[in-house]
Design a protein around this ligand. Structure first.
Ligand SMILES: [Zn+2]
Length: 254
């Protein structure tokens, strides 16, 4: 047991480090900048960030959320992305341990965190993540058979198709980015779990939209990015989707 906790903690630390890179991706990918060069710099004053001010979470806490040189606030997105990625990696190790399924799971959840960070800031779900994601999900399931490959291929059609219908019926409101993310869910999760993921996303997104509308925080016409809710639904689907389906098919017993 202690052994397992140590491994989970290690997975969390790797997740934190990867989350730090996800922040770089979220900042630079939409602007088409290199992910490698130059090193991180403060967006306020341009001073290069030294390694000991670039430690996930810890540096944010020690610096009290401010740049050491110019004291400009560091966006909450940075520690939030790191913590979320770390937590998801830990949960994936807890669930799958040292298996290929763990590797596939962390690829999926890390992509979800990146998509969320980018969608919140730039209102886009980038093709450079979702399109390779569709291929990766299908190939991974072909190799591991965690999800039957027919289920996975059908998932691409169902996950993407639902959004295509919504786009055609509503004449906008949903973007092609959502559709490709839906197809990526299908590839990784299979069509049944994808339906669970989309259901969770609609409940979460609809619930928050109602709260924001009722409290007057947003107006009816204001766009609320759906990507973060889709990502949350996808993570729920990955970790608990099969269980939800068994429970549902078993007549809600157990
Ligand atoms: Zn600065």
């Amino acid at each position: 047991m202690e052994h397992r906790l140590l491994h989970v903690l290690t997975a969390a630390l790797f997740g934190l480090a990867v989350g730090s890179f996800v922040n770089v991706v979220a900042s630079r990918l939409p602007a088409g900048r290199s992910l490698v060069r130059p090193g991180s710099a403060c967006p306020g004053c341009g001073v290069a960030i030294v390694w000991h001010d670039n430690i996930p979470i810890l540096s944010f806490v020690l610096l009290r959320g401010r740049c050491r040189a110019c004291t400009m606030s560091i966006a909450w997105r940075y520690p939030a992305v790191e913590a979320t990625t770390g937590a998801l990696w830990a949960l994936a190790w807890w669930t799958w341990g040292p298996t290929v399924d763990f590797a596939v799971a962390v690829i999926f959840v890390t992509a979800l965190v990146a998509i969320t960070a980018i969608d919140v800031e730039h209102q886009i779900i980038p093709d450079v993540i979702t399109l390779p994601g569709i291929v990766t999900g299908l190939v991974a399931n072909l190799a591991t058979e965690r999800v039957n490959w027919v289920d996975s291929a059908l998932g691409i059609v169902v996950g993407g198709g639902i959004f295509l219908v919504i786009i055609l019926a509503s004449g906008g409101g949903m973007g092609g980015g959502d559709m490709k993310l839906g197809a990526m869910f299908g590839a990784f999760l299979g069509w049944k779990v994808t339906l669970v993921a989309l259901f969770v996303a609609v409940v979460l997104g609809g619930g928050l939209a109602l709260i924001l509308l009722a409290s007057g925080r947003v107006k009816r016409k204001d766009p609320i990015p759906f990507g973060p809710f889709l990502a949350a639904g996808g993570a729920v689907g990955l970790f608990w989707g099969e269980r939800v389906i068994r429970w549902y098919l078993g007549g809600f017993g157990d």
